[in-house]
Design a protein around this ligand. Sequence first.
Ligand SMILES: [Ca+2]
Ligand SMILES: [Ca+2]
Length: 397
Amino acid sequence: MIQNIFNVEIVASDYPLHIGKRCPQNQFDCDPASNKIHCIPLSSVRDCIKDCDNGADESCGVNKVVCDVGLKSSNLQCGKCVSAELIYSQCIDKKWSNLCNEPDVVKCASTDNCIHVDWVNDGEDDCGDGSDENPCLNELSCNEVESEEKGNPKEIEQQFGNKQVIKQTGHSGRDLPCDCGDILLANPHASSKFAYTAFDWRCSNGSACPFKVFCDFELFGGGWTKIMQRIHPTISHFNRTWEEYKKGFTDKGDFWMGNDRLHSMSTSRICANELLIRMKIAKENVTILAHYDHFFVDDQFNSYRLTLGMLEQNPLLPPDGMLFARNTVFTTWDHRTTRCIEHGGGWWASADNCADFALTASFKAQNDYPGLHWVNTRISSVEMMLRPKLYVPPVKQ
Ligand SMILES: [Ca+2]
Ligand SMILES: [Ca+2]
């Protein structure tokens, strides 16, 4: 049994061809039959993210089968691996699958189980998906009809974007909204699904400097302006140049707002900001939040140096994944600095700490790099957002 840095237990005997042969210790050989060697850390094996092109890292290995995939009650996104002889005792979704050939049984909605008819509505979830205790899961007539989207965000913005926000005075004290906090004050029913238009507060003629913003209007009273989004990290591309990080970019729905804009938002006269990072843990269907009480990005002449406040202390919150980014300058692979950067993505980094912990870094694991992570947790998505410290949520009617 090998315990790796993420405390994942990988049994080497489950992967006899992949572990302990061509790759260094604590690494996994993606395809032992291939001449091209692709190694990943053991921590990236069975972590719910396909790092090997052939998916070998997410398979269960020899003599084991996967079960309980995506089961709500188990909270494990990619299930667990068990020996074939243990499936009836260890797998919730297969516990009663051996009953399916018997008379007087009912098939469960989404698991392999079949249960005796007198187990229906007896107060216990025998199916594993709750369907024996909730007839709606088995009967079409009970299904909720999903509400239809009213147009895509782009259309909405084109139709209503500017009308929703002009002629309103927000917390910034200007006539035009400078961020999502202002937008929510002007429109308490604004939806996080749509894009909105904000205006750079530094423009003497504010209406001449519009920019598109995506907001979060729900978390902790809303008013958050998203500065970065990576919710499709398998396809969006963040390994970009200094110039691209300076101006900002979008890719397949993900984006970086742009360092010049970050500086501008940082320096708004009463817009000293706080920072919220929302991440999703890859293995479990759980969201983690990191909340910093101050966030400031300097100008380009100071290489967008980052000033970061304290991480809100709470035993349920993750440790400080921005520890090494504090008071460092921004760096990209093509920008001449003394810092090193590995695994792609522009980030704040110092000379002695390579930015392999960057939230813009490569998504997939490679050699000793464990893939996109926050401290010791592999994450499958991340968003960063700003809000003025003086923000007060509007009263919803
Ligand atoms: Ca993996
Ligand atoms: Ca039952």
